[in-house]
Design a protein around this ligand. Structure first.
Ligand code: ADP
Length: 260
């Protein structure tokens, strides 16, 4: 638990710093981008210059995309949790997931019968699931299976400490890939903001740290389990809600709980 607290404080400090830097960085990019556009307009017939300007423009676009990811990370929006059927949260993303995973990765979803409902912010939960799916895809360059399991889990006092959870009822989501796996070293750092083993431009190192921050803030927990050459399983526990799930997002205002 002490380790977890330090981790949250670190996340918060990094978030603040990052937000400031990303904001200024964005302003700089705006000045560069604006001037490039002007030069493009006034130098239409110089093909070589035009090519150079295009490549500056696309670098500016990449930088702007990174800056907006950093701002989203730093902002720590208040959560707006709603009561949802956990299986439906994934089924609603089916197309999105399949597109992110590409043709060579298959998705399997196995849900226990009688799943409880959960209380979670739908938009941010979707981001977490997408990040996990993209990590799974990147770990399986030759294709494979992303197997998602859902089940009810009652965490008693004896196990709560180890899982860093309050004893109670949770929904367990496991995301298991058949990919390259992670070394002990990578596992030890994976939740740190900006830790990435991916090439520059491909990884930001923010996916798992965002997932960690979100899951903790939601009253849950996230665990990594991985073996080199075999694959990785990310297990997330989200709290159970005893309330009736809303069938369509935004359709039942009275079921919206809390406000962050
Ligand atoms: P990013 O994906 O941008 O690198 P993350 O925080 O999501 O940032 O992940 C950090 C690192 O953890 C990755 O660079 C990778 O080394 C490792 N990792 C995460 N998920 C997996 C996975 N499913 N299989 C293997 N390695 C993974």
């Amino acid at each position: 638990a002490r380790h977890a607290l330090q981790h949250s404080q670190k996340l918060e400090a990094v978030g603040k710093l990052t937000g400031g830097v990303a904001h200024d960085f964005n302003n700089v990019l705006h000045v560069i981008g604006g001037n490039v556009q002007l030069l493009q307009l006034t130098n239409r017939d110089d093909a070589r210059l035009h090519k150079r300007l295009n490549s500056i423009q696309s670098a500016v676009d990449r930088g702007a995309k990174l800056a907006s990811q950093l701002l989203a990370f730093a902002r720590r929006q208040p959560l707006q949790p709603v009561v949802l059927n956990p299986l439906q949260t994934l089924q609603a993303m089916d197309d999105l997931l399949q597109r992110a995973l590409g043709e060579s990765v298959r998705i399997r979803i196995d849900a226990d019968d009688g799943l409880w409902n959960t209380l979670v912010d739908p938009g941010q939960w979707e981001n977490v699931v997408m990040n996990l799916a993209i990590n799974a895809r990147d770990a399986m360059p030759g294709g494979g299976v992303l197997s998602i399991g859902l089940g009810n889990e009652t965490v008693d006092a004896g196990h709560a400490g180890a899982l860093d959870l309050v004893p109670g009822d949770y929904i367990r989501f496991s995301f298991a890939d058949s990919g390259q796996g992670m070394s002990a070293e990578v596992i030890a750092h994976a939740f740190e903001p900006f830790f990435t083993t991916k090439p520059v431009g491909q990884g930001t190192g923010l996916g798992l740290s965002m997932a960690y921050g979100f899951v903790k803030q939601s009253g849950g927990h996230i665990v990594l389990d991985s073996e080199i050459g075999k694959g990785t399983t990310v297990t997330i526990y989200l709290p159970r809600s005893a309330q009736r799930a809303i069938s369509k997002l935004g359709a039942a205002e009275q079921d919206v709980v809390g406000g962050g």
